[in-house]
Design a binder for this molecule. Structure first.
Ligand SMILES: [Zn+2]
Length: 425
């Protein structure tokens, strides 16, 4: 990865100007957009210190500078479409010490999204996996005390643990805290609209001493009901059929903070937002036949909340959308480009493939069936013709503190931009 970056820093802009002289998106500007969205002052574009709102206001300023039109909404802010959600947050420092070793938040462990607050010290209790199968082990567990303990189990047993009878689960939940050891060396964070009855730490198994005796912890979690956030929406008016829209969408929110750590979200999805802004720049200067709406969704990471709200409260009738292209994770591309819902969008997929072939952007385009994995989903199930594009290969950082701008390669950025520009034109 490092090798790539060294190479890119030296030759990129030059190469690009040669490749597409008059229509190159500005890669300095792309990097600046991504750096800004990932900066500490955006707090991971989540719900602590209004990170999402800081990001949304930044986008509104960019939309205004580009000259996008706004749809009239109830909000005072011209491009904002407000909505609300319930979300669990981790605004204060978190500590986890196992025997004498203090673990690093984000690097060595995460607090599971559904954690409640709690603090204290507890004796380590490795969960006897016999309770999954053996009745006498279950009885022994039920008769033991878990109250002063921190129960430790392996992630691979999670699916079977949650199927245990309620009395066994309750016994587990009486513990001061739970530690789930992550089998892979990868921590993957998420968001939750609710809380458990105790803190639940996810710890990399590789860093956990199997003979550990004591755990000292402090976790603070705040469940916010009805947090007010927003989608950010603007458009370019079409020259021939302004009532027909192509929609370019991407989510700008991310996972926010975890105590002092935060999730920068460079690939997910500063990459997609930067692409949306580059397309907005291009089409504001060269309006196409149809109108183009640029929709930056909020609260995608919380479960596609912003796009679901939009589909239920569209700013113009959904039937006026000719096609929707959702961008989420477009910062790599070594192994190609995936078109989700491409299997159902045959004419559009064929057109994308033709443009791709003519320009040699990718060896081939991949396609798969629709899935609820990003903001195109609720549009697709409402019958709006739509696809979701993500690049394949490259960095492994995903929903972790390592999804940073410095290591985001933007391998096929100009190719994806060219493909979309030509497709829309
Ligand atoms: Zn994500």
């Amino acid at each position: 990865m490092k090798k790539w970056i060294v190479c890119l820093a030296g030759c990129w802009t030059g190469c690009l100007l040669v490749a597409i002289p008059s229509r190159a998106q500005d890669l300095g500007r792309v990097r600046a957009t991504i750096d800004t969205l990932c900066s500490p002052g955006m707090y991971g574009r989540g719900y602590v210190k209004e990170g999402e709102k800081i990001a949304a206001r930044y986008l509104a300023r960019r939309f205004a500078a580009i000259g996008l039109h706004a749809f009239g909404t109830a909000s005072g802010e011209p491009y904002f479409q407000p909505f609300s959600l319930d979300v669990n947050t981790f605004p204060r420092p978190i500590r986890l010490k196992i025997d004498k070793k203090t673990l690093v938040t984000g690097q060595d462990y995460l607090l599971n999204a559904i954690s409640r607050k709690g603090r204290g010290t507890g004796k380590v209790r490795r969960l006897d996996t016999l309770i999954l199968t053996d009745e006498s082990a279950r009885q022994r567990f039920l008769q033991s005390k878990t109250k002063d303990q921190v129960v430790v189990y392996e992630q691979k047993h999670y699916a079977r643990l949650v199927e245990l009878p309620p009395d066994l689960l309750n016994k587990m939940h009486e513990a001061k805290a739970l530690i789930e050891l992550q089998n892979s060396n990868k921590l993957t964070a998420s968001l939750s609209p609710s809380q458990l009855s105790h803190p639940l730490f996810e710890v990399k198994a590789a860093g956990f001493n199997p003979n550990a005796q004591r755990v000292k912890f402090r976790a603070y979690a705040r469940l916010i009901a009805g947090y007010s956030t927003q989608n950010v929406i603007g458009y370019v008016r079409g020259t021939a059929e302004p009532d027909s829209f192509v929609v370019i969408s991407a989510h700008y929110d991310h996972l926010g903070t975890l105590g002092r750590a935060y999730f920068p979200g460079a690939n997910d999805n500063a990459s997609g937002i930067s692409m949306l802004l580059e397309l907005a720049h291009h089409f504001a200067a060269h309006p196409p036949r149809y109108s183009v709406a640029f929709v930056a969704f909020g609260a995608e990471e919380a479960g596609l909340v912003g796009s679901k709200f939009y589909v239920e409260h569209p700013l113009f009738p959904l039937r006026q959308i000719r096609f929707l292209i959702n961008l989420d994770l477009v910062g790599t591309g070594d192994d190609g480009l995936m078109v989700v819902n491409g299997t159902a969008m045959t004419p559009e997929f064929d057109r994308l493939s033709r443009i791709n072939q003519q320009n040699g952007y990718f060896p081939t385009l991949s396609k798969r069936a629709n899935a609820p994995n990003s903001d195109h989903f609720y549009f697709a199930i409402r019958g709006v013709r739509s696809v979701f594009l993500y690049t394949l290969g490259g960095i492994k950082a995903y929903h972790d503190v390592d999804d940073r701008p410095e290591t985001l390669p933007l391998t096929k950025y100009k190719e994806v931009f060219g493909l979309l520009r030509q497709f829309i034109e």
